[in-house]
Design a binder for this molecule. Structure first.
Ligand code: DP6
Length: 322
């Protein structure tokens, strides 16, 4: 039995940062994201009755170490639910270089959850698929769906993502790839350190629900200005929270700050643009689709030879074949 699934990355407008339960991958707060239409991950899962362990490869390169352990643990979870002891072969490929910070675990585990659950014969509802993807990587719960998506905090049953109706709100994202390369500290470890040591973490957990409500209201009235302002403010708060950790977690570099200045200058020039930053130095600029050229031109003027990726709203995970 062989199944192939494709999923896209998502970028959070209200971030997920910190877990309430590590084993079940339950977030400390809800979050809200935009699924992209670029950088898909394509994953094929084939059951192999003769194998005695799972094997996995990434663009033809065998996975090893902690990467393979994480994928194997996830496959064990799926196999156990299906009442199967059969092992799987996973082949996965991503169209974007890892350094762009978009070869995310979100697209990877959403595609793996869809392909593996189908290969093992589990017929999951989209909601249960989102709950399963969450176990691989929290943000993967959101890549199960397209467009704007909210992932709820809750217990194992209640923590799933679902799509949000956003009539009349057309969003685009310009990603400035400022420093390709491996990040200093993985988001998993950085989250753990923030939860354990940052005195600001409690304030973060207390403020996110109100930000989610405000974001939902802004989306419902298709108010790009409010969506953008809430997005940028939330990203600043997430990074403030981790800067308070011991030792501090700092993903920004000088170019990150310079890109924030470019985005602020866009606004002064009448181009509506708002920045968000994840667990890396790259800056993602939220704007209307008509504004992507103006935003890209200004980023190019500020950073010679910068790699820019432009994305619109993308689809949820889907099975594309055997
Ligand atoms: C900064 O979903 O990669 O991108 O659950 O440990 O796999 P794990 O973390 P992950 O964290 C994403 C963090 C973020 C914010 C977000 O996407 O909401």
């Amino acid at each position: 039995m062989s199944v192939t699934a494709v999923a896209h990355p998502n970028i959070a407008l209200i971030k997920y940062w910190g877990k309430a339960d590590e084993r079940l991958s339950l977030p400390a707060t809800g979050s809200l994201s935009l699924t992209l239409d670029i950088a898909p991950t394509r994953t094929t899962v084939t059951l192999d009755p003769s194998a005695d362990q799972h094997v996995a490869s990434w663009s033809g390169e065998p996975m090893t170490g902690s990467e393979l352990e994480r994928v194997s643990a996830f496959l064990d979870l799926v196999a156990e639910r299906a009442g199967s002891r059969t092992r799987a072969v996973v082949e996965t490929a991503n169209e974007i270089p890892t350094g762009a910070g978009l070869a995310s675990s979100a697209a990877g585990f959403a595609a793996l959850a869809a392909a593996a659950s189908a290969a093992y014969g589990l017929a999951l509802s989209p909601r249960d698929l989102s709950r399963l993807a969450r176990r691989g990587s929290g943000s993967a719960a959101r890549s199960v769906f397209g467009g704007l998506v909210q992932w709820h905090a809750g217990d194992d049953e209640g923590s799933f993502a679902e799509p949000i109706d956003a009539p009349g709100l057309d969003l685009a994202l310009v990603v400035a790839v400022l420093a390709p390369g491996r990040k200093a500290i993985g988001s998993r470890e950085a989250m753990r350190r923030t939860v354990a040591t940052s005195p600001f973490f409690g304030a973060w957990v207390a403020s996110v629900p109100g930000e989610l409500d405000a974001m939902r209201a802004a989306i419902a009235r298709a108010d790009l200005t409010a969506v953008g302002e809430l997005t940028e403010a939330n990203a600043m708060r997430m990074h403030a929270t981790m800067l308070g950790a011991v030792p501090p977690v700092r993903y920004w570099n000088a170019d990150t700050v310079a890109a924030l200045d470019v985005v602020a200058q866009c606004r002064r020039d009448g181009v509506e643009a708002y920045a968000t930053i994840d667990a890396g130095p790259n800056v993602k600029v939220l704007c209307r689709p008509e504004a992507t050229t103006a935003v890209a031109d200004r980023l190019r003027a500020a950073f010679a030879d910068v790699d820019l990726l432009v994305s619109g709203s993308g689809p949820g995970v889907r099975i594309v074949g055997p």
